[in-house]
Design a binder for this molecule. Structure first.
Ligand SMILES: Cc1ncc(COP(=O)(O)O)c(C=O)c1O
Length: 426
């Protein structure tokens, strides 16, 4: 079976052939048959060195034996009980020890659910309606956060998807990442229940926070009796064991976790200070429930992931990613291609621009055609980056020196090819 043929079938039964929008790219995506370590294998037998890594979930690479074996053992004891397990308690205890303000937590199945319930909880707790989010930050696909900035001076949000009600979107105010003044303005305009932020923006390319940005958010929330929600679905266990909160030494009131936590299995968590979390049903008046919440298979995977995290792991990931981005920058410079690389720990992104990339506006000024051309050229070299400028590349512990060398060689050929094409069109 060829990818092209399967895509024709897929298009008839799935919207543009995929189950999540980013998975589609021109002319059609490859369909994966299996994966192992740092590699994906498609139905045509082609091998790809993977930097999407389940969009950040797979810190240990594909089919990592310790996680798979733990889950295999668990499967024989049942997969869903509908009653509590000891492991759920252990998981919540462990999370509390890593994230000091996560005094209590609740398991859900996806990052979308986690942020949706975190926002409902913040609104219920503060008895306020409005939420501040940042241009370019992604918090999943529910109505409160599928909002973009309105036009003109108003900071009221407008829906960024059909089907989202304007009546609801006006309660989401869109501010600029790394711009404290835009947040101050939003606080002046309305009573704010919560500020929700990706501490490192990882869904609009990769943008780390500028110095003191997160601390300023903490201060503004305290001054205005609003809650600070750190959406650590990407940064949790990726930046460090204690996520962005220990990395930047800023504590949130409510935290959301997902991706890495599940080691490839669906689980996410929202949690926070006891006083706030006590408001969640059944102890409190903010309703939330879920059939698969805290399911034993995902919880087993999560406990194994937590067991496997170590300082030496983060050091290895950091060194690989630094070395790779340094080499890519060198290759681009030698090829006289203007490129900015943003990197933090095991995440990186490349932007075809000559200016620093510090917020969503900067990303929108980058040459996305060049990015697409690079993506296609790398795919031909057997290297798979997430197919969008507005995503982030992730390194896993399965990426070794060998993969580093293969990636740099692939970049060398791909960037030189782009340069030849550019010279021809000049
Ligand atoms: C920061 C952040 N929050 C929330 C989500 C939504 O998570 P999920 O796709 O598990 O619903 C994502 C997904 O990419 C994310 O990156």
């Amino acid at each position: 079976m060829k990818n092209a043929e399967l895509f024709e079938r897929a298009k008839k039964v799935l919207p543009l052939g995929v189950n999540s929008p980013v998975r589609f790219f021109e002319p059609y995506p490859f369909f994966v048959k299996s994966a192992s370590g740092a590699h994906l294998y498609d139905i045509e037998g082609t091998r790809y060195l993977d930097y999407a890594m389940g969009y950040g979930a797979l810190l240990f690479g594909h089919a990592y034996a310790p996680i798979i074996n733990a889950v295999k053992q668990r499967l024989d004891t049942g997969t869903l009980y509908g009653t509590p397990t000891e492991e759920e308690v252990v998981l919540a205890e462990k999370l509390s020890s890593l994230y000091p303000t996560l005094e209590m937590s609740r398991c859900v199945n996806s990052g979308t659910e986690a942020t949706m319930h975190a926002i409902r909880l913040a609104r219920g707790y503060t008895k306020r309606k409005s939420v501040i989010k940042f241009d370019g930050c992604f918090h999943g696909s529910h109505d409160t956060v599928l909002v973009k900035a309105g036009s003109g001076a108003s900071t009221f949000g407008v829906p960024s998807s059909a089907g989202v009600l304007e009546e609801l979107s006006k309660y989401t105010i869109v501010a600029q990442f790394n711009d404290v003044q835009s947040v101050e303005r939003a606080f002046k305009e309305q009573e704010i229940a919560a500020v929700i932020v990706e501490p490192v923006m990882a869904n609009y390319g990769l943008i780390p926070p500028s110095e003191d940005f997160l601390k300023s958010l903490r201060e503004l929330c305290d001054q205005n009796d609003a809650l600070l929600i750190f959406d650590e679905v990407v940064t949790g266990f990726r930046l460090s064991k204690g996520g962005a909160q220990s990395y930047y030494n800023v504590q949130a009131d409510i935290t959301t976790l997902g991706k890495v936590l599940g080691g490839g299995f669906p689980i996410a968590v929202y949690g926070g200070l006891r006083e706030i979390m006590s408001r969640v049903s059944p102890s409190g008046d903010v309703y939330q429930a879920g059939t698969y919440s805290g399911n034993p298979v995902s919880v087993t995977a999560a406990l194994k992931v937590l067991e496997l995290l170590s300082e030496s792991l983060y050091q290895r990931l950091r060194e690989y990613t630094r070395e790779l981005t340094k080499k890519i920058a060198q290759i681009a410079e030698e090829a006289r291609i203007t490129l900015v690389t943003n990197q933090i720990e095991s995440m990186f992104q490349l932007f075809f621009t000559n200016k620093p990339v510090r917020n969503a506006h900067d990303v929108r000024t980058c040459d996305t055609k060049m990015f697409k051309a690079l993506h296609s050229a790398l795919l031909k070299e057997g290297v798979f980056l997430p197919p969008s400028q507005f995503e982030t590349n992730f390194v896993s512990s399965a990426h070794t020196k060998d993969e580093l060398e293969k990636t740099t060689n692939a970049f060398q050929r791909a960037l030189n090819k782009l340069k030849t094409q550019l010279d021809k069109t000049d």
